[in-house]
Write a protein that binds this ligand. Structure first.
Ligand SMILES: CC(=O)[C@@H](O)[C@H](O)COP(=O)(O)O
Ligand SMILES: NCC(=O)COP(=O)(O)O
Length: 247
């Protein structure tokens, strides 16, 4: 069964737009959990454009023992202001999973993964520390990525396939090539001993095709499209729609 982890970044975008407390990210998480999601994802960024450190802490307190908690981010991004850094946050709240994403501060969103052959040595101590504190470690990678054996050797347990190009190809009606790249990436990662997650720009429209092509898909983390669809359908209904697609 593929786990649905709802990314709540966009709840925080809306909340921060007025500098107040609504919509409440913990209430949104509660609604998603009651609808049946298996996890919650947040991606705190140094510029705190959406999820803030206190959101990370508040969610940790309410999620513990209920659903999986996935925190994403760039482990090499410096602490800034009240942002303590991804590893410091992970040490503090000990989430189920940490997904390492090589985003720079200037990016509007995540748009690429690690190049494992190039990055493996710098990732080694980060992965070791996260495993030491009991977090599952996932690396954000592009379709077509290689170097999975080296990732396993340093303690990485999962990859997350960046599905932005897949979603774009799906929208343009030319999905076959990118879908096969993702399927081949998943097969090679699983053969190396990694479990496979996926995320970015997945939606109710494109998720079913993707899931059917990736046997053993462990988790999808979905936020932007899901929260947008929830504005029309309601959050609980939207989460249930995604769960139905994943059955
Ligand atoms: C890694 C990824 O694709 C998403 O998890 C990311 O969290 C999106 O970030 P924004 O919500 O800031 O666009
Ligand atoms: N890792 C992907 C994620 O958490 C959500 O990405 P998106 O659905 O907001 O594009």
């Amino acid at each position: 069964m593929t786990l649905l982890s709802v990314n709540l970044n966009k709840i925080a975008v809306l909340r921060n737009s007025r500098g107040d407390t609504e919509p409440d990210i913990t209430r949104a998480a509660q609604t998603c959990i009651e609808a049946g999601c298996g996890g919650i994802t947040v991606h705190p960024r140094p510029d705190q454009r959406h999820v803030r450190p206190d959101d990370v802490r508040a969610l940790a307190a309410m999620l513990r023992g209920r659903v999986e908690y996935n925190i994403e981010g760039n482990p090499f991004a410096d602490a800034r202001g009240s942002y303590p850094g991804l590893i410091a946050l992970a040490r503090e709240v000990r989430p189920t999973q940490v997904t390492l994403v090589p985003d720079s501060d200037g990016q509007i969103t995540s748009d690429h993964g690690f190049e494992l052959e190039r990055d493996i040595d710098t990732l080694r101590p980060i992965v070791a520390e996260l495993r030491h504190i009991g977090c599952r470690v996932s690396l954000f990678v592009d379709s077509g990525a290689t170097g999975f054996e080296a990732a396993v050797a340093i303690g990485v347990q999962r990859i997350e396939i960046y599905t932005g190009p897949y979603a774009h190809a799906f929208a343009e009606g030319r999905v076959h090539e990118e879908l096969e790249r993702c399927a081949d990436t998943a097969r090679r990662a699983q053969h190396a001993g990694l479990a496979v997650n996926a995320g970015h720009d997945l939606s109710q429209a494109n998720l079913g095709t993707f899931k059917a092509a990736i046997p053993g898909l462990a988790e999808v983390s979905i936020g932007h499209a899901l929260i947008g669809e929830a504005l029309y359908e309601g959050l609980s209904t939207t989460v249930r729609n995604y769960l139905q697609i994943l059955r």
